[in-house]
Structures are given as C-alpha cells and as structure tokens.
Design a protein around this ligand. Structure first.
Ligand code: ZN
Length: 200
C-alpha cells in the first residue's frame, strides 16, 4: 500500500466513523508500532492520584510485546494517548491535503482509466461508423423508392433488413457507451483541484 492509501484508510476507519472514538477505543491501537521492537502498541493504563487525592486514569499506547510478555522482551515505551492521537490525526490530515500527493493520485487514476478508455472508445467509434453507413443506406433506399427506381415491396424489404441491423448495432453500442461514460466520469480534470477532492 502506498502512503496516501494508508493515510486514507487509517483516517477513515479510525477517526471518521460516527461515534467511533468512544470510551476505551483508541484509534492507533495496533497501528502505532513500538519504536524498539516494532510490535503493535496497545492501550495501557496507569492510575495516578492528584494532590487533592482524586484518582486520575491516564491512558498510554504501550508496546504490546512488553505488556503481554514482560520486560524480558521489551520496555513499555509508553506514549500518552491524548498526545499521540491529535498528533497523528494532524499528520494524517496534512498528508491527505497535500497537493502533490493528490496530484500523483489523480494522475495515477487517470492513466489507469485512460488505458481502459482508449480501446473501448476505439470500438465505439467503429460501431458508430457502421451505424452511419447503415443509416445512409436506409436513406438511399428511401430515395430509390421515391424516385421509383425500386418497388414498394423491394423498399420495405430492404428497409426492414437495414432497420434490423441498426437495432442490433444499437444493442452492441449501448453497454459500450455506458462504460465509456463511466470511465470518463471517473477521470479527474487536473486543473480544478477542487474536483480532485471527489476522491475523498
Ligand atoms: Zn517493544
């Protein structure tokens, strides 16, 4: 995964869910890594007493290996959640607002779509040309009939054939047209950076 993807998924899953951060749930649990052993960090609590004797519970991200297996494995390396969470949240938000990252992303999405788009468009153009040919034939047939070059029976026979071909071609073109339109919609105009935010 690339940095922006990680940033985006972490942000979405940990910070954006409605009522996500309720009591006892901390967004960086398991994501934050112990700086010494790289184990996932989990929540540890200490209870302090303030000067007037009231209890105060502090929450830390602590090394999961230390908490589960003890000091033989690692140390606590605790970081207070009320410091760590806003710090990381801020970093994630900056990352997601970064113009360069967004531009890179937009380019990537566009070029991926373009490679799908070109052959579909080509196929669609081909059908469109066939359609024009058929329509032209149909109108020439009608002219031939009005100029009395062919009989009414011949005309209706020929016209029926052509109309059948046209409707078959339309059936081919319709799903293709939808696909082309869909891809076009997914492409982001690079100039308007506001449009880029549609990704998020
Ligand atoms: Zn550790």
């Amino acid at each position: 995964m690339e940095t922006w993807e990680i940033a985006q998924s972490v942000y979405k899953s940990r910070f954006q869910k409605p009522n996500c951060v309720h009591d006892g749930e901390f967004p960086l649990t398991g994501i934050r890594r112990c700086p010494v052993c790289n184990a996932g960090m989990i929540i540890g609590r200490t209870t302090n007493r303030t000067k007037d004797g009231t209890k105060k519970v502090l929450e830390y991200y602590v090394c999961g290996a230390w908490k589960n297996k003890g000091t033989m494995v690692c140390r606590s390396n605790g970081v207070r959640t009320d410091y760590a969470d806003p710090f990381v949240l801020d970093k994630l938000q900056r990352l997601m607002r970064s113009d360069k990252l967004i531009k890179d992303l937009v380019n990537k999405v566009n070029s991926r779509n373009e490679s799908k788009f070109a052959p579909l468009q080509h196929e669609y153009d081909m059908y469109e040309k066939q359609m024009k040919d058929l329509e032209q034939k149909l109108s020439k047939t009608f002219d031939a009939y009005t100029d009395e070059l062919i009989s009414k029976a011949m005309y209706s026979d020929k016209a029926r054939q052509l109309e059948e071909q046209i409707s078959q071609l339309k059936e081919h073109m319709e799903p293709l047209r939808k696909q082309v339109e869909e891809i076009r919609w997914k492409m982001f105009p690079m100039k308007s950076s506001k449009m880029c935010y549609r990704i998020f």
